[in-house]
Design a protein around this ligand. Structure first.
Ligand code: 5GP
Length: 174
């Protein structure tokens, strides 16, 4: 995979911002009494920070870090919790915020362990989804963009810890 200083744009900054605002409106409508957001580090940090600034009302935040034992650019399906939540989920209206759902293995694992902690509501928002890669049917209530099977970087997503700072979603495998 080439390491280019200016990767090709797949989704522009403007298109991301417009879609994030739409998602925030949908989420606000579905969580009228406020919500507790769990952002999955590191990839979701920019999506989460743009999203929360568009959601009015009560929002609390927590973070979780997972290691997905990635082999190169694909997930192996084995997941480990590297950083757990600071607070309990008992009775809370929870929204998981993820960067991308690919095979669905990471998110399925995460939803299972969080559901076991007794939230009143548990839904998921993903900025990106690659449905053609799905190995397991996982529920994602809010999807920013459905994309084809390309390796994407930027807006929080990395390749070898680079590119997270790109303000757009780019592709490396062009
Ligand atoms: P899954 O378990 O759904 O196969 O993989 C989910 C995780 O794999 C994502 O949270 C992300 O960290 C990583 N991933 C999957 N596809 C891509 C991609 O196109 N680009 C980047 N940077 N990471 C990806």
């Amino acid at each position: 995979m080439s390491v280019s200083p200016r990767p090709e744009v797949m989704i522009s900054t403007e298109d991301i911002q417009a879609r994030v605002a739409e998602l925030a409106r949908e989420i606000r409508r579905d969580y009228p009494d406020g919500l507790h957001i769990i952002a999955v580090l590191k990839g979701a940090f920019i999506f989460m920070s743009d999203l929360v600034r568009q959601i009015e009302g009560n929002v609390s935040l927590d973070f979780m870090a997972l290691s997905s034992y990635a082999k190169g650019t694909t997930s192996s399906g084995e997941v480990r919790v590297m950083k757990d939540l600071d607070t309990t989920l008992d009775g809370k209206d929870v929204l998981i915020v993820e960067d991308i759902v690919d095979t669905g293995l990471t998110l399925t694992y995460l939803q299972e362990i969080l559901r076991a902690r007794g939230p009143r509501v548990l839904r998921t928002a993903c900025l990106l989804s690659k449905p053609s890669r799905r190995k397991i049917d996982v529920a994602v209530e809010y999807v920013g963009f459905t994309i084809e099977d390309r390796f994407v970087i930027g807006y929080g997503l990395d390749y070898a810890e680079q590119y997270r700072n790109l303000p757009y979603i780019g592709v490396l495998d062009a």
